[in-house]
Every structure is written in structure tokens, then in C-alpha cells.
Ligand binder design. Structure first.
Ligand SMILES: [Mn+2]
Length: 345
């Protein structure tokens, strides 16, 4: 049995809105990751099983290693389908927002959400959600939004309705947000849920392969280059910094998603608890920050790099040059020396 994490009131309010709805718009965040897509498509399949219509809208394109996911081709990428989305939305009578806590996380979809006239439900696990929905299901202690989607469906009494594609999407989100159950994954209930998903026929080994063993040659070579040439290890601060310029990315025919997970690699060095990937973008510099133990990378991201996230995984950006951003980060490190020292790995 699962603990009843989501309150009775939230379950009832969601149930009422979902049962009443005919066509649901599901929206998730920019550069959608496995949990964003997993939670959104999980809901999509669930709603179709209830004989309802659903559309999933994302701000921009997702990495190609999600291409195998059931119904992924139905996702509307707002960057490329703005007119279609604007035309479809008025026919929707409910909106579900998944896996983000701030309206800024959905980029140009901000207006779409703000102008939507009907009710909205937010399902998320990031801290301090903005007041962007009528029903806010926010549980930061839960490892993935996809897990929350599973919990909500079950609490509404629809476990039987979960079909194979729905279960596959939920599992994908649970797996990717925990690094294939290697962090943030000590809750026994995660494994109870997995066993329930297995009864729906998911192939967890195949899902792992689909996500993690699909590198292109270019991507693997870029990884090798990054580790051998572009990783700076600052043992004094238990920190590693990886940088990648536009030019270098081009050299390896960079495709969206090719650097996914690179930031985690230095954390496999003994003694490293803080890892940062700093990457040139078209008009700014993007930072991915990861840590082990108690070191709060979301604090670093929020204080210095216009970002935020979770304690062990956060993102940020900078409008200075790549080199300036690296310098800035290096100036910040001494301020966190104590916290870095006590953070365990
Ligand atoms: Mn998530």
C-alpha cells in the first residue's frame, strides 16, 4: 500500500475537474526532460483511456532519445506549431501543468497559460510553486512528477485504467529524474510503484536501453573530448567545472540533448561533490549544476546565475561570456568552502 501523500481535498478537486473535462491541454516545461515528457504523456494516455481527448504542448523540442516514447509524435512543439496550438486551445476545457513551479519555465507558452479561461491543475515536485493554477499538487519530497501522476491516478480510483503506454511513460519519468534510481531514490514506495507498473507490462530494461544506450558516435566522441580536455577539477573545493563553447559543439555536430548527463560525470570522481557544466548557447551561457549530499546547488543557481532547481540538481544562465562565467563561479566557490567540505558523497 502507498502512503496517501496527496491530500484528500486535492484528490477530490482534481477528480472533479478531470471527470468533467472533455479535452485537456497538458503543458510542460522548456527543454523537456524525461520527467516532463513522462508525466505529460502519462496523463495523455490516461485521459484517452477515460475516453477523453488530450493534447500535450511543450515550448521547444525535446532530445531525440525520447523519440520511442508512445504518442511522442502527438506532442505539439510550440516553437513550430504556434498557430495550431492557438487554434486548438479554445476547445480545451481543462489545463494540466506538469513538472514546473514557475511560469518563466515555459517560455513563450506563458501567455497561452495566462490567457486560458478554464480551470488549471498543477502537478509538480519543485519547491515553492507560483500560484499558477486552481489546484496545486506540489510535493517537493517526491522524486518525480511522474510518480505524483501515478499517485494521483490511483487515488482517484483509476489504477485499472492505467494501460501499458501510460505505465511506460510514468516509469520513464521516475527513472530519468533519479538517474535510473541512483539518487533521490531511497523511498521504498518508489519500488512498490515500479512493481505495480510491471504488472502493466512495462519492459523496464528496454526503457533503460531506449534512454541511456542510444548515443550517436558524435555524442560519445564529444563526451570523450569533454572529459579529457574540458574538465577542470578543483579538489580543494571538491568541485569540477566543464565548459563547452559553440565552436566545440559544432565540431562534434551537436544535436539537442547531446550534452545531457555530462554534468553528472565528474560526480563519479572520488571526493567530488559539486559539478558544473557551462555551455555556450546562441545568445547566453547555460549552467547545469549537480551535487552530492547536502550541498545546495539550487542556492548557488538562484543567488548567482538567475536560476534554481532542486538541492542536488539545478540550472542557471549568464549573459556574460563563457570565460567570465567560469571566473564568477570560481569567485563564488570560496564562499561555499565550508558547505562543500561537509557535503558527503
Ligand atoms: Mn521532475
Amino acid at each position: 500500500m502507498l502512503t496517501k501523500i496527496i491530500t484528500e481535498t486535492l484528490v477530490n478537486e482534481s477528480n472533479e475537474l478531470i471527470v468533467r473535462a472533455n479535452k485537456v491541454a497538458i503543458i510542460t516545461h522548456m527543454s523537456p526532460d524525461g520527467d516532463a515528457i513522462g508525466s505529460a504523456l502519462g496523463l495523455y494516455h490516461f485521459l484517452y483511456s477515460l475516453n477523453k481527448e488530450a493534447i500535450v504542448i511543450v515550448p521547444n523540442r525535446y532530445a531525440s532519445f525520447f523519440d520511442w516514447m508512445p504518442a511522442i509524435s502527438q506532442i505539439l512543439i510550440y516553437d513550430e506549431t504556434k498557430e495550431q496550438v492557438d487554434q486548438l486551445l479554445p476547445s480545451c476545457d481543462l489545463m494540466i501543468l506538469t513538472d514546473f513551479n514557475a511560469i518563466s519555465r515555459i517560455d513563450k507558452l506563458k501567455e497561452v497559460v495566462e490567457q486560458f479561461k478554464e480551470k488549471k491543475i498543477l502537478i509538480d515536485h519543485h519547491r515553492n510553486p507560483e500560484n499558477i493554477a486552481d489546484v496545486i499538487i506540489s510535493y517537493p519530497t517526491i522524486a518525480s512528477t511522474s510518480e505524483l501522476v501515478f499517485r494521483l491516478i490511483c487515488r482517484m480510483g483509476f489504477f485499472e485504467t492505467i494501460n501499458h503506454p501510460c505505465a511506460t511513460c510514468i516509469y520513464t519519468g521516475m527513472m530519468t529524474d533519479t538517474g535510473a534510481f541512483t539518487f533521490n531514490s531511497n523511498s521504498p514506495e518508489i519500488y512498490f510503484i515500479i512493481s505495480e507498473l510491471l504488472t502493466k507490462g512495462i519492459d523496464k530494461d528496454q526503457i533503460y536501453n531506449n534512454i541511456y544506450n542510444t548515443y550517436s558516435t558524435d555524442r560519445l566522441r564529444l563526451m570523450g573530448y569533454t572529459l579529457s580536455e574540458k574538465m577542470e577539477v578543483l579538489l580543494e573545493y571538491k568541485t569540477a567545472i566543464i565548459t563547452l563553447t559553440n565552436k566545440e559543439l559544432k565540431r562534434y555536430n551537436y544535436q539537442e540533448g547531446d550534452t545531457e548527463g555530462f554534468v553528472n560525470l565528474p560526480l563519479s570522481i572520488k571526493g567530488i561533490v559539486f559539478s558544473v557544466l557551462i555551455k555556450e548557447n546562441t545568445n547566453n551561457v547555460k549552467l547545469s549544476l549537480r551535487s552530492r549530499g547536502s550541498f545546495p546547488v539550487n542556492q548557488v543557481a538562484a543567488t548567482y546565475f538567475h536560476g534554481g532547481g532542486h538541492i542536488n540538481a539545478a540550472g542557471g544562465e549568464s549573459y556574460d561570456s563563457l570565460m567570465q562565467t567560469v571566473e564568477q563561479l570560481k569567485q563564488v566557490l570560496p564562499l561555499y568552502k565550508k558547505q562543500l567540505e561537509i557535503s558527503e558523497f
